[in-house]
Write a protein that binds this ligand. Structure first.
Ligand SMILES: Nc1ncnc2c1ncn2[C@@H]1O[C@H](COP(=O)(O)OP(=O)(O)O)[C@@H](O)[C@H]1O
Ligand SMILES: CC(=O)N[C@@H](CCC(=O)OP(=O)(O)O)C(=O)O
Length: 301
């Protein structure tokens, strides 16, 4: 590709502007959750892979956690297995768990690993079962309406929550210049499999690694209010109000909860960003024009 003088000087300007950001993040770990919806188009997938490889090339340590909800949904449909969600979590019976494990640990994980490697990275695919990377227990979901005296416990099957992360394994891979790519399958105390929302795994991995940033890529511009305006710099109290009045629902619930928990657990900042924007990861890290919702422990200025 040959650039004319204007285009070439614009590229030089962009690279030069990235320098303070590169210096700030060199040697730091960034956990990036790559969502099922943001991986639908080949163009976006390629852009994502190149962003990850570029980060690693300039000395930042990316750790990828991926979803795959739409891909799981496709195979369940082909197998005529019904599926539904409660509070953004897929109700997971044994047959569904088999499909989740096949799709996430097999198809989607290897697809992302392959993509990153084809663009010059050295990605290693893992599920939570490898070296017990993600230890989990059954997630208890409860509901209480004002009319109820005690909360109702809802059984959503083999859905788990993270109880531990094997940071030794991840640190070893990062030190060896590998890029870990993690499928959100947890392993229980008796070796049983758990289906865990990928946002929750990303949040816990970021906390365990004391990551600089948690970046949650999704299929929407960020956390939005009822008028469709992107909200940013929110406190826990404000988020709780938005949940209570129904502004935040479905798949955004686990996302916002883990973004908050991560910063409370020591991660410097959480970002919910629009994975439909090409090179969303680079834009967020290397420019001032961050895309989406930022959550930090610090109060808004
Ligand atoms: N307040 C909100 N702001 C933005 N999206 C919201 C909000 N409340 C619910 N959502 C829904 O959450 C979805 C994102 O969650 P999800 O589909 O699970 O994403 P992903 O597959 O990227 O993890 C959005 O597409 C939107 O439908
Ligand atoms: C318990 C639960 O809901 N697990 C998710 C795991 C995949 C995921 O989180 O995928 P996205 O990030 O693409 O939505 C599921 O079964 O769909």
């Amino acid at each position: 590709m040959t650039l004319d003088r204007d285009a070439a000087s614009h590229v030089a300007e962009v690279l030069s502007e990235a320098l303070p950001y590169i210096r700030r993040f060199v040697g730091k770990t960034l956990v990036i959750k790559y969502g099922g919806n943001a991986m639908e188009s080949e163009e976006l997938k390629t852009g994502f892979a190149r962003d990850i490889v570029l980060m690693k090339a300039v000395g930042i340590n990316p750790v990828v956690v991926h979803g795959g909800g739409p891909q799981i949904g496709d195979l369940l449909k082909r197998l005529s297995i019904e599926s539904h969600f409660i509070d953004g979590m897929r109700v997971t019976d044994s047959a569904t768990m088999d499909v989740v494990e096949m799709v996430l640990g097999g198809q989607v994980n290897k697809d992302i690993v392959n993509l990153i490697n084809r663009h010059g990275g050295s990605a290693i695919g893992l599920t939570g079962k490898d070296a017990e990377l993600i230890r989990a227990k059954k997630l208890t979901v409860s509901r209480q309406t004002p009319e109820m005296t005690t909360p109702e416990i809802i059984d959503i099957g083999h859905v788990g929550e993270v109880v531990g992360v094997n940071t030794e394994l991840l640190n070893m891979l990062v030190r060896g210049d590998f890029i870990p790519v993690i499928a959100p399958i947890g392993v229980g105390a008796n070796g049983e499999s758990y289906n865990i929302n990928a946002d929750l795994v990303a949040g816990k991995v970021a906390e365990a690694l004391k990551a600089e940033k948690l970046m949650l890529l999704t299929n929407i511009a960020g956390l939005m209010d009822k008028q469709g305006q992107v909200l940013t710099g929110l406190t826990t109290e404000q988020v709780n109000e938005l949940i209570a009045d129904g502004t935040i629902y479905g798949g955004m619930l686990p996302k916002i909860k883990c973004a908050l928990e991560a910063v409370q657990g020591g991660v410097n900042s959480s970002h919910i960003i629009d994975g439909r924007v090409p090179n969303a990861v680079l834009l967020e890290i290397f420019t001032d024009s961050g895309v989406g919702t930022l959550i930090t422990n610090r109060k808004r200025a």
